[in-house]
Design a protein around this ligand. Structure first.
Ligand code: NDP
Length: 297
């Protein structure tokens, strides 16, 4: 294997340690700790696991976690009323509504009800607009984590690098592309209608794959030495009968022979997402209390 493995698990652990220091410094000035409210509607098993991990890590870095578990039949009116209370609560710096919501709830309306300055998931249209306009805001967690790992592999200056983002979702593809553009990369966004995707990817010094198709990106697509960030989380059959395992959007074994650096799945981008949620909560608290921000990178 030629590529350097970008260890997202270790990076996320060091980021959490720096956030914990930031929380201590914040407390010394603001005389309180940052607070994150996590709202879970219904009983989706995967969502319960994610929410549990978020609450545990929030407490581990010294912040307060406010858990709100609502029944699956919660009405839109009641959910938006809760968000209004959290928006007005001075102890709450960040609000996260775990997605997906039950089908009868309108996700866009719910996310739009969150105060953009408490929108630590970075999904409010105001924060998307701030990102596109180069204004300070809250950046969605997975894209922020991708950028931290890219800087970790390639250094602070990404000027002039060709970056190809495969995927144009609001959650990952578009914000990653905006962040790479802000870092002075020349950015191409590829999607399901892109013509000759392998040739497009071959030009890239940086590849971010956010597609949701297991092992789609092949070694022949990759420019030698490129930095490859694999956002995909896919379940594929494991060698043992009846079992499954996680796989990314990149054919890791093959691509690692050509790339300069690559994130594994699991252990790459995945662990960064919750660490960046905590980063955003600290950042939101620092801004609300006018405490100087400590940059994580
Ligand atoms: P979406 O389904 O919202 O978007 C997928 C994108 O991939 C779309 O833009 C789609 O194009 C594009 N696409 C689909 N098929 C192809 C193809 N054959 N060639 C080129 N592009 C294609 O997914 P998300 O962005 O939400 O997530 C992407 C992956 O990242 C998933 O595996 C998800 O589980 C994972 N993920 C991981 C996170 C983490 O913490 N590590 C967090 C969030 C997501 P089009 O727009 O034309 O349909």
């Amino acid at each position: 294997m030629k590529a350097e493995i970008i260890d997202g698990k270790a990076y996320a652990a060091s980021l959490r340690a720096r956030i914990a220091q930031g929380v201590t410094a914040f407390q010394a000035t603001a005389a309180r700790v940052p607070g994150l409210a996590v709202v879970l509607v219904g009983e989706d098993p995967a969502s319960k696991v994610y929410v549990g991990a978020k609450e545990k890590q929030t407490i581990e870095v010294g912040m307060v976690s406010f858990a709100h578990r609502l029944p699956a039949d919660t009405t839109q009116t009641d959910l938006i009323a809760l968000i209004a209370r959290l928006n007005a609560d001075p102890k709450v710096d960040g609000i996260l509504v775990q997605l997906p919501l039950p089908k009868h709830l309108n996700e866009l309306a719910v996310v739009s009800a969150i105060d953009p300055d408490k929108d630590v998931d970075g999904l409010h249209v105001v924060n998307a607009g701030r990102l596109a306009s180069g204004l300070p805001g809250l950046v969605s967690c997975t894209p922020l984590g991708c950028m931290m790992l890219i800087h970790d592999a390639l250094g602070a200056d990404l000027s002039g690098k060709n970056a190809v983002v495969i995927g144009r979702s609001i959650l990952v593809g578009k914000p990653v592309a905006q962040l790479l553009l802000a870092a002075n990369c020349t950015v191409t966004i590829a999607h399901s209608r892109t013509a000759d995707l392998p040739a497009v990817v071959k030009r890239a010094d940086i590849v971010v794959a956010a597609v949701g198709r297991a092992q789609m990106v092949k070694a022949e697509w990759i420019k030698p030495g490129a930095c490859v960030i694999d956002v995909g989380i896919n379940r594929v059959p494991a060698p043992e009968e009846g079992k499954t395992k996680l796989a990314g959007d990149v054919d890791f074994e093959g691509v690692a022979e050509v790339a300069g650096s690559i994130t594994p799945v699991p252990g790459g981008v995945g662990p960064m997402t919750i660490a960046c949620l905590l980063h955003n909560t600290l950042q939101a608290a620092q801004r609300r209390e006018s405490v100087p921000e400590v940059k994580p990178i």
